[in-house]
Design a protein around this ligand. Structure first.
Ligand code: SRM
Ligand code: SF4
Length: 585
């Protein structure tokens, strides 16, 4: 059969996707549930005619929840391939199709090779399944997302039970199964096969997690503070906000079709202290806790538009808005609708939030949100501090605001975890702390609520020899994106090479203070090269006329209270930094 709208590719069982007779139901049926109160805007005649002209199935298209004006833009002849893919079938329908696909594969009736290419390589990302066709064909990376309530990945929090469940998800894959802590304080599982995916997702949901809406044109994991609720210097505990917001966006992890066809991804960070652990300046939406000097109220100044990409790298600008605690969730929901309805759909390089804010102007953008919220918003609050705040390193042992309790921050080299590590972290969290761990955007872990009496035993535990609490000054500052081991877009191998460089340098040099070295395999900058003291970015290069792996070097990124993006200062062949090309075990 030839499926309309999949670039004329032939698929033996392409019609299996979304057209499975009900008798083939699996034990695990994953169903997206429409969020309460979500309405389908009525179709205008013009839109209906265009849908007919293109032969689209409106019920299964991503156009369904858009207003007519955005529907027309998404169907414009100039609109990009991704919009066409979404129009043909919304990624939200992939949530429903995962069970059927998995069951068909288990029954030997199809295989991933036979399925619709756009479904397997693009639309499954809406369900958090990223096919690694180029590096590990048939294996998927599964990116997590929270279901809603605590504890879950927004704000980077996991329980021992969740950690053990994650161990069980990857241990079945032997050497092919591993996981990474990401630069959004999230977890990605690796080695997953499509036939197992529905069972794994069902288990995630039982454990308060999901993978729905974690990829493509969705809101990414909301970053907060890894020491929320235990930090003696926090202005506010952001966790109730990150959880409530995530629950609203994802419809409690069940999937929210009304917010899954955004023009592009969108990052939200909620910062609770002057350290800005959430990296507000590089998020599309950054909410920075401040105390209004006039009233003493702790609320959030809004920053807008920070992002990195191949074409443009920009730090946030002021959104000239101050939100009370209670306004945060309605503000973000209204903002997402404004972005969904007005963001560009004709050029993916101009579809991130900053372009819309610039096109509308900050005041008109705020006005559009106010209109949706049905209330006017206060302007940004100016706070003048008379001291300089050094961003605190969360690694090491630190006293909590709760008397007699401590947190231990441990360095996970390059963020890579194996099944045994998850299990060991769960054991340690229960033995020394309160049974939970936090993840950081630097790809490390924090064990909160450790009584003083247990600190010595914790520090002697073999786990923390492998994940050092008092690691070297280069290892502690190391961040690396996935790189060529798994990522199809990578220009260089990153994690293995980064660790080799760090080990070599630490052996040779006495480094007096932490150096934050950020490795990123290509200019998409998932490893945030521009925020590092040293940033290393994969790039194409030639040596003696031959194509070789190259890197661009960035220097001087600042994070925390007064962030600055780093400057590019050099380009080198990657071999000059370290010989290793194999990925991390
Ligand atoms: Fe990213 C695409 C990995 C954080 C900018 N990113 C990808 C893909 C999905 C490419 C692909 O299709 O395979 C990578 C998956 C590789 C894999 O197998 O792991 C990928 N991004 C990652 C992660 C895992 C890097 C890491 O090792 O931690 C991070 C996952 C975060 C999460 O939990 O959701 C990750 N990506 C980022 C960040 C950093 C951040 O959010 O602070 C950025 C830069 C900030 C930003 O987005 O503004 C980032 N990733 C991109 C881009 C460029 C976006 C753009 O507007 O052009 C792409 C490419 C794209 O979306 O077209 C991309
Ligand atoms: Fe892949 Fe490039 Fe992102 Fe690294 S920066 S994970 S190589 S897309």
């Amino acid at each position: 059969t030839q499926t309309p709208g999949c670039a004329g590719r032939l698929h033996r069982r392409a019609d299996a996707v979304g057209a499975v007779p009900s008798r083939r139901r699996t034990a695990v049926v994953l169903r997206a549930v429409e969020a309460p109160g979500v309405e389908v805007p009525p179709l205008s005649e013009e839109v209906a005619a265009r849908i007919e002209e293109l032969g689209l199935d409106f019920e299964r298209s991503g156009l369904k929840y858009l207003p007519n004006e955005a529907r027309m833009r998404a169907m414009d002849r100039k609109s990009v391939k991704f919009e066409k893919t979404k129009n043909e079938k919304c990624g939200s329908h992939m949530w429903e199709d995962v069970s059927e696909l998995a069951q068909l594969i288990r029954e030997g009736k199809t295989s991933w090779q036979d399925l619709n290419l756009d479904d397997v390589d693009v639309r499954l990302k809406w369900a958090g399944l990223f096919h690694r066709r180029k590096r590990t064909p048939g294996r998927f990376m599964m990116r997590l997302k929270a279901r809603g309530g605590p504890p879950s990945v927004p704000n980077g929090e996991l329980t021992a039970a969740q950690l053990r469940y994650l161990a069980s998800c990857i241990e079945r894959y032997g050497a092919d199964g591993c996981a990474d802590i990401t630069t959004r304080a999230n977890i990605q599982l690796r080695g997953v096969t499509l036939e197992d995916a529905d069972g794994i997702i069902a288990g995630l949901q039982e454990h308060g997690l999901t993978s729905f809406m974690s990829g493509m044109d969705n809101v990414r994991n909301i970053t907060g503070s890894p020491i929320a609720g235990i930090d003696p210097h926090e202005l506010v505990d952001p966790r109730p906000l990150t959880h409530e917001l995530n629950a609203a966006i994802t419809n409690n992890g069940k999937g929210n079709a009304a917010l899954t066809n955004l023009p592009r991804k969108i990052n939200i960070g909620i910062s609770s202290s002057r350290d800005d652990y959430a990296h507000c300046h590089i998020n599309d939406v950054g909410l920075k806790a401040v105390k209004d000097p006039a009233t003493g109220e702790v609320g959030f100044n809004v920053e807008l538009g920070g992002y990195f990409s191949i074409k443009r790298n920009v730090v946030s600008i002021s959104g000239d808005t101050f939100l009370s605690y209670d306004q945060v969730v309605p503000y973000c929901m209204a903002l997402l609708e404004v972005f969904r309805d007005h963001g560009a759909r004709d050029d993916r390089q101009k579809a991130r939030l900053m372009w819309l804010v610039e096109a509308m102007g900050v005041d008109a953008f705020r006005g559009a949100i106010e209109q949706r919220m049905g209330q006017s918003l206060r302007r940004e609050v100016h706070v003048a501090y008379d001291d300089v705040w050094e961003r605190r390193d969360v690694l090491g042992i630190h006293a909590q605001k709760q008397e007699g309790l401590f947190w231990a921050g441990a360095c996970v080299p390059a963020g890579r975890l194996h099944a045994a590590d998850f299990a060991a972290l769960a054991d340690a969290a229960e033995k020394y702390g309160d049974g939970s761990v936090r993840l950081t955007v630097e790809e490390n872990v924090v064990l909160p609520n450790v009584p003083e009496a247990k600190l010595a035993a914790l520090q002697a535990d073999p786990l923390f020899q492998r994940f050092p609490i008092h690691g070297g000054n280069l290892l502690r500052g190391l961040v690396s994106c996935t790189g060529a081991q798994f990522c199809p877009l990578a220009l260089i191998e990153t994690k293995g090479r980064a660790l080799e460089v760090v080990r070599e340098l630490e052996a040779q040099l006495d480094v007096p203070a932490m150096v934050r070295m950020h490795w990123t395999g290509c200019p998409n900058s998932c490893g945030q090269a521009q925020v590092g003291d040293i940033g290393i970015m994969g790039a194409p290069a030639k040596l003696d006329g031959k194509a070789v792996e190259g890197v661009k070097i960035f220097l001087g990124g600042k994070i925390g209270e007064n962030p600055e993006a780093s400057m590019r200062c050099a380009a080198l062949p990657a071999a000059a930094l370290g010989a290793r090309r194999a990925g991390l075990p």
